[in-house]
Design a protein. Structure first.
Length: 346
């Protein structure tokens, strides 16, 4: 691979391009100013104007969202996993088909995995300086199902969804489809098919690196110079070397999610995996090496790591660092160490 192809795998948060009308709900009162981002994969965006930074399939999608304070992302459901990492701001999540089954206010560092088939919504509470990263399961995460009042309300503002969930913008001159081609509100029987999730079930699916010690010695290099780190098994089988360590959230997502905590000068020595991974920086300044190419990355930056390439990463800052590592697939991923690491391990 050339230098250019590696550089195109590093997407810096300062380069993330939002879409202000990614979804059918964006013209409803109280939804103004929602910014959606597609960093890896098209996600579930309904508007063809949404920019996708890296289109290559990874087995999951990575996106982001920000909302002005007090504004809402409307009630909707997904057919695949949806996981959020609160990077900045405070967010009130609420869920259930009428939004009253439970609520939780999340703060920076919180990761939440929302069960598939559960209606969920969230609003920004506290600060306009806010951002959440999100991971969606599968290469094709399908379409969002919106609560009925979203579909009915959007029509008043010229937004409709076809049955394939593509957006029709009548105000922008799109032709109005025949009514049989439009998505219809859900019947009561259909609504009753969606999941109910109790507050206790949802709170068991929230994890914050700051509130847990993490696993020591999760990788063979942890005892070597520059390899000290703790690993947090947040979702799925992961890529650690501890055997069947149980993650915080166990049901299949199509990816696993872990977090690496490392002091300055430490990180991951050179290794590789046979599946794709995506590294997202939570805190600190890091150097990522992909093959022969070195990249400096910081908070909220995203790095797509191809399968099979030798890679390392290291906290180059002066503060403790956190890097989130999403690994493609539901199976445990086995690590392969570079010859120089194996030599040090003796
Ligand atoms: Fe969603």
């Amino acid at each position: 691979m050339t230098d250019a192809s590696m550089a195109s795998r590093v997407v810096r948060s300062s380069d993330y391009i939002p879409c202000e009308e990614a979804f059918v709900d964006t013209r409803l009162p109280g939804r103004e100013g929602k910014m959606n981002y597609c960093i890896i994969g098209p996600g579930v965006a309904e508007n063809e104007k949404q920019v996708v930074h890296i289109a290559e399939p990874h087995g999951f999608n990575v996106g982001g969202v920000s909302l002005p304070t007090g504004k809402i992302n409307s009630l909707h459901s997904h057919t695949t996993a949806e996981v959020f990492l609160v990077c900045r701001g405070n967010w009130r999540f609420f869920w259930g088909y009428d939004g009253t089954d439970g609520e939780a206010v999340l703060s920076p560092g919180d990761v939440i995995s929302i069960p598939t088939g559960t209606f969920r919504a969230f609003e920004s509470v506290g600060s306009d300086n806010n951002f959440m990263l999100s991971w969606l399961g599968e290469d094709d995460p399908g379409h969002v199902t919106w609560a009925n009042d979203v579909i009915e309300g959007a029509a008043e503002f010229g937004f409709y969804l076809r049955k394939d969930s593509s957006l029709v913008d009548v105000n922008a001159g799109d032709e109005m489809p025949a009514s049989e081609d439009l998505l219809q509100p859900l019947s009561e029987a259909e609504l009753l098919q969606f999941n109910r999730t109790s507050p206790a079930e949802m709170s068991a699916r929230v994890y914050n690196v700051a509130q847990f010690a993490g696993l020591p010695g999760a990788f063979a290099d942890c005892g070597l110079a520059g390899g000290a780190k703790r690993y947090h098994a947040i979702i799925g089988e992961g890529c650690h070397e501890l055997g069947p360590a149980r993650a915080h959230v166990l049901n299949p997502h199509s990816f696993s999610l872990g977090a690496v905590e490392a002091a300055p000068g430490n990180g991951f020595l050179t290794h590789r995996f046979g599946v794709k991974q995506v590294l997202t920086i939570g805190a600190g300044e890091w150097e990522v090496v992909l093959g022969d190419d070195h990249f400096s990355v910081g908070p909220e930056d995203t790095v797509s790591i191809p399968a099979g390439i030798w890679r390392s990463f290291r906290n180059t800052g002066t503060e403790p660092g956190i890097a989130y590592l999403a690994t493609s697939g539901d199976l445990h991923a086995d690590i392969e160490w570079a010859p120089d690491v194996l030599q040090q391990l003796g």
